[in-house]
Design a protein around this ligand. Sequence first.
Ligand SMILES: [Zn+2]
Ligand SMILES: [Zn+2]
Ligand SMILES: [Zn+2]
Ligand SMILES: [Zn+2]
Length: 348
Amino acid sequence: MEICSSCGSIAPTSNDSCSRCYSPFENNRVQVVPPAEDVQMVRLFGGFTCRSCGSQVALNHMTLSGYLCGNCGIQQQFDWELWQQIVEHAHNTADITGFGQPEFADESFWRAFEEKQDEDIARMFRSIGRDKSTLTKGNSYFGGVAFEIDVTPGNPLCTVCSAPLQPRLHENGLLLQCETCEIEHVYRKPSDVPYNGLVAAAAVEHRDGAREVTVETVSSGAAAVIRCPECSGNLDVNTLGEVVSCPFCSASVVVPSRLMQQVNGKAVPKRAWWVAFTGKSPWRIEVEDELGRQTLRRSRERAEMERRRRQEADKAIRDAEKQRRLFRIIMIILALLTAAVIVAIFLV
Ligand SMILES: [Zn+2]
Ligand SMILES: [Zn+2]
Ligand SMILES: [Zn+2]
Ligand SMILES: [Zn+2]
């Protein structure tokens, strides 16, 4: 699979630039090999509308405990009913497009896909890597909320050197490693997400061992105080990024987006993050069941044809045998008649 060397999204063969980060593909494509283990990754980018004020709330990590609206400050529910649609769609996309996409020549897979889903959806899935990179999952006001999230297959890149990271399964989730910089991070699966195929969410919030800053909210109106979880040092609010190195003890601490919002009062912009899956997606299971049924049906038809062919061949052999026997009898009768004639002539 070829990916964009600026953002890691799949680089469609017939496109000139990346639809995700707008980088031109000229000198900007990099070939990545499938991971050694069964890990499929997709990049997510999206958000939902706040039920209270209608502004956009970023979905930059995965939790079932809700998201804080940066505009009205009201906590918004975004529960499993909604996440499940995104997670299943992301798993289908990861498994059926990108590395998982069956060779373009494998028509039987797509025919079975069309039978299970529909032609338009199959066409969209097939176009990933050819002239499209993203399958968007949107929903208008399901459960009182509208969301839209872009799902793009690809491979995450090292934030330091931009090399494609090597994904590996890890006992705590997923290990993403840069061989060039010798940097590695483990990302966890959100503990409250009940989906077996999900390996991990590769967003800062889910990084293993990352310690969150502590926030002291002083009296209303006053700015909150952010402290290092290691040394309790007072961190400068204005320089806060997602990952901060403490100037006092140099510990690497994470500022989750909900806290960033709480601290500087600004809505967190949408940012791209990755999720990793393993095993077959719901749609691949359906398509393979369909392919299995088709194979069974075809082998039954073949067996039936073979049985009929053999029956006909047996009948032909029996007919030929009958004819031979008849011929032999006729010949014997003829011989007897001839003999009788000769004997009669002799006697006369
Ligand atoms: Zn890109
Ligand atoms: Zn709001
Ligand atoms: Zn690197
Ligand atoms: Zn510190």
